[in-house]
Write a protein that binds this ligand. Structure first.
Ligand code: FBP
Length: 550
């Protein structure tokens, strides 16, 4: 690594906090709890996972095995970056070396494809120390290739055997952990002596359940975005002339938008899950937003802050079915559409093939957005939602609505806007103390699970709202988190994604306050993440975690 900042140097020597039970090393007693059924579709999941279904969840207590023979672990990072990934690896490394100094850790490079194609490097202390407590996944790289074919599992096995790897740790989101569960089952069925352990990662915060309290990275990323939203709020309140429309990452769930709203008190924040529940149309959203702009204008406030979740478009029922139709249509006619000249011709061609309601909706969209909806698909044939500029779509449509209200004499004001998209700004930030500690503990726990020969478990650290000392490390069977879902025309076992719970405390608090925040100017300015100083600043948790677990 070339050149490091002062903060980077300081963070390299930060010692992450471990739960009390792990402070004396990996020699702990593994205590079995209840055996666990899947969250739903138990019979189908049991049939698909005969070797790893119904396993007991485990936690650690002091005592137990104190000596270990050397063993090797392989680790991969999968999917989007999330702050703390390097500390998971550091935690695995430290636990592994504490088990036996001759144990080795191999990092497969560039995500799951590195495992299949045998691209790896041995990770040693000198190299790891450069990355401790830093953001990013650049230590070994990540990738979005999927581990889902038998040939891939076999190639991975051959590569692991060649390196005498006894356990694979897969650090990823719900899909990667689903694949980890399938891999664990496959190796158990083949009676191969290799464990597979998952680690819950994603800034989106949607890999959680009654046993996994948070995915790592959510804490840091949402704090970074909250700082930025707060700063913009203060600018808006100073200049008093712009509306800032801010799209926030979160491929599907709106946890980040909700957390940022709770932290900063914007004038308007959409939660996709509520939009779906209320079956809101695009026009309903536009009307609601324009109404707030008009009411603020009535009291002379021609400025504001609005938060839009990245995944919104797919939660608006009419847009969801339009997108589904477009996905099918483009699968058949991509070449024909590409061959047409200007966008007008393309739109006519597509509208002829769409169902009537979808054609009307498609035609009503601003040309830029309509063009984005027929852009190149992802490898699964789906529209790339993150490339659709929802924030600009709303600005255009709200402007039209306000113009119409103005013409009717119902609105007098200015709607000067700036749009923003915050996502990449937070994914590789230095992990907050919480994420630095949590990820180190997750990595350490994963190595302890592996040292005890457990497979098909997700590394879990619970009690996160409390101090790190009192955290409860252990493992949760991944089959417990699964249900059957329709994917690409087939029923598949998958780890259930956690969307925002509209009955949950975080949403309830937000819903109780939003009317006041809409018209008043109640912004909160969270400021930057604090790494040092009073614990009341450096150890704060997300409001989501606090409200869900305190
Ligand atoms: P993961 O689910 O893999 O953690 O990724 C989360 C995320 O940051 C989403 O919020 C976002 O939609 C997506 O990755 C963008 O990924 P990419 O940069 O690969 O397009």
């Amino acid at each position: 690594m070339t050149g490091v900042s002062e903060l980077h140097k300081a963070r390299q020597s930060y010692q992450p906090k471990l739960p009390q039970v792990l402070k004396n090393g990996p020699g702990v007693k593994v205590v079995k709890g209840k055996s666990r059924e899947a969250v739903e579709d138990q019979d189908a999941i049991r049939a698909l996972f005969p070797k790893t279904y119904g396993m007991a969840q485990v936690h650690f207590e002091t005592g137990g095995k104190r000596t270990f023979s050397p063993f090797n672990i392989g680790v991969i990072l999968s999917g989007g970056q999330a702050p703390g990934g390097h500390n998971v690896i550091a935690g695995i490394f430290d636990a592994l070396k504490a088990c036996h100094p001759d144990s080795k850790l191999y990092g497969f490079l560039g995500g799951p494809s590195g495992l299949v194609e045998n691209r790896y490097r041995e990770l040693q202390e000198g190299f790891i120390s450069e990355y401790r407590n830093s953001g990013g996944f650049d230590m070994i790289g990540s990738g979005r290739s999927k581990l889902e074919k038998r040939e891939q599992y076999d190639a991975a096995l051959t590569n692991c055997k060649a390196l005498c790897i006894k356990a694979l740790v897969i650090i990823g989101g719900d899909d990667s952990n689903t694949n980890a569960a399938v891999l664990a089952e496959y190796y158990r069925q083949k009676e191969e002596d290799i464990s597979v352990i998952g680690v819950p990662k994603t800034i989106d915060g949607d890999l959680k359940n009654d046993m996994i309290e948070a995915s790592f990275g959510f804490d840091t990323a949402s704090k970074v975005y909250s700082e930025l939203v707060g700063n913009i709020g203060r600018d808006a309140n100073s200049a008093k002339k712009y509306w800032h429309i801010i799209k926030l990452m979160g491929r599907s769930a709106s946890h980040i938008a909700l957390e940022c709203a709770l932290r900063t008190h914007p004038n308007y924040a959409l939660i996709s899950e509520e939009v779906a529940e209320k079956s809101m149309t695009l026009q309903d959203i536009v009307n609601e937003f324009a109404d707030i702009v008009a009411k603020r204008a009535d009291k002379g406030d021609h400025f504001g802050i609005a938060l839009i979740p990245e995944g919104l478009i797919e939660f608006i029922p009419e847009m969801k079915s339009l997108i589904a139709e477009l996905n099918d249509l483009m699968a058949h006619y991509q070449n024909a559409v590409d061959a047409l000249g200007d966008f007008g011709e393309k739109r006519d061609f597509i509208c002829e093939k769409l169902r009537k309601h979808s054609a009307v909706l498609y035609r009503s969209l601003p040309a830029g957005i309509a063009a984005q909806l027929i852009m190149e698909r992802d490898p699964h044939g789906n529209v790339q939602v993150s490339l659709i500029e929802t924030e600009k779509l709303l600005v255009e449509m709200v402007t039209d609505k306000l113009n119409a209200l103005q013409a009717e004499g119902k609105y007098k004001g200015k709607f000067k806007t700036h749009t923003h998209f915050f996502g990449y700004e937070g994914r590789c930030s230095f992990p907050s103390n919480f994420d630095a500690d949590y990820t180190y503990a997750l990595g350490y726990t994963a190595a302890v699970l592996a040292a005890n020969g457990l497979s098909g478990y997700m590394s879990a650290v619970r009690g996160l709202a409390g101090p790190a000392d009192a955290w409860i490390p252990g493992g949760i069977p991944m089959t417990r988190m699964m249900n059957m879902e329709r994917r690409h025309g087939q029923n598949k076992p998958v780890i259930r994604k956690a969307l925002v719970d509209l009955q949950g405390e975080p949403f309830r608090v937000f819903a109780g306050k939003r009317a006041e925040w809409a018209i008043g100017t109640c912004y909160i300015y969270p400021g930057p993440i604090q790494f040092y100083g009073p614990e009341s600043l450096s150890e704060i948790r997300t409001l989501t975690l606090e409200l869900e677990h305190k």
